[in-house]
Design a protein around this ligand. Structure first.
Ligand code: ATP
Length: 250
């Protein structure tokens, strides 16, 4: 079946992406589709190219070749801030919040692209409705929140501007297992709100539980792709090995 990028069910199509850092090539011919309202898990061992792929979609590294269609438009050469305005939001590894500012100021900064004053207030309110903890901690300095609360804030910031696609890069990194659970519940809420998610995760089984599709990168190439339910033990062992050990199986 040939899927048209203008068909409502497909939000993003990355076609044969190549990316280089100077002389070294990080992505080789990587293709991936993200349907509307679904989660796609992007897995792979350290250095496989997952963050590079996320940065390429977001416009933070240029493509050497290939193309990206998003919401019916070719965004391959669009600057990062315009991709963000078009609804493509990237939460980088490390959260992307301002630790020295209060929770409410972090949300207001994220919402400043929302338009008029009342639209900005509505955007902040939307984030707080989704994550009430942000309302009760609104005056607290973001850097003094717990790891899980900081991730709520980064999600709240991302959702303030009503994205169509959220790229979540290792949001659970360094968090206690119980907090990881909260992060996954939040991502489930995001998906259930109709927002597509590209989920880069070390908690492989948890990610596969949320995702409909899965793509596994191996040394900058797609090693395996298919329905998340088909990514069985043999596939995970072959491409991820240690990454599917008990620590990552949550
Ligand atoms: P991890 O799970 O460890 O974060 P990853 O799958 O996200 O890894 P990338 O960070 O995308 O992998 O790295 C892919 C390759 O590109 C690696 O070989 C890495 O060393 C290289 N690389 C990443 N960023 C840069 C950069 N800014 N300059 C040069 N090489 C880079």
């Amino acid at each position: 079946m040939v899927l048209s990028v203008s068909a409502p069910e497909l939000l993003l199509r990355a076609d044969s992406l190549d990316v280089r850092y100077g002389a070294s090539r990080a992505l080789f011919d990587v293709s991936l589709d993200i349907p509307v309202g679904q989660v796609v898990a992007l897995l792979g061992p350290n250095g496989a190219g997952k963050s590079t792929f996320a940065r390429a979609l977001s416009g933070l590294v240029p493509l050497t070749s290939g193309s990206i269609q998003f919401n019916g438009r070719d965004i391959s050469k669009m600057p990062a801030h315009r991709r963000q305005n078009a609804g493509l939001t990237y939460i980088p590894e490390g959260r992307g919040i301002f630790p020295g500012l209060s929770v409410i100021d972090n949300l207001k900064m994220a919402a400043r692209r929302a338009g008029s004053h009342s639209e900005r207030d509505a955007a902040v309110e939307r984030a707080i409705t989704l994550f009430p903890i942000l309302g009760s901690r609104s005056r607290q300095q973001a850097g003094s929140l717990s790891g899980g609360e900081q991730q709520m804030l980064s999600l709240g910031r991302a959702l303030a501007v009503e994205p169509k696609l959220l790229i979540a890069d290792e949001m659970s990194l360094g968090l206690a297992p119980i907090v990881v659970e909260t992060v996954f519940q939040s991502l489930e809420q995001v998906r259930d709100a109709g927002i597509s998610v590209l989920l880069i995760e070390q908690f492989v089984h948890r990610a596969l539980g949320l995702a409909s599709q899965c793509v596994i990168l191996s040394r900058g190439r797609v090693g395996w792709s298919g329905p998340a339910a088909d990514a069985g033990a043999e596939v995970l062992d072959r491409y991820l090995g240690e990454a599917t050990s008990a620590a990552a199986s949550g």
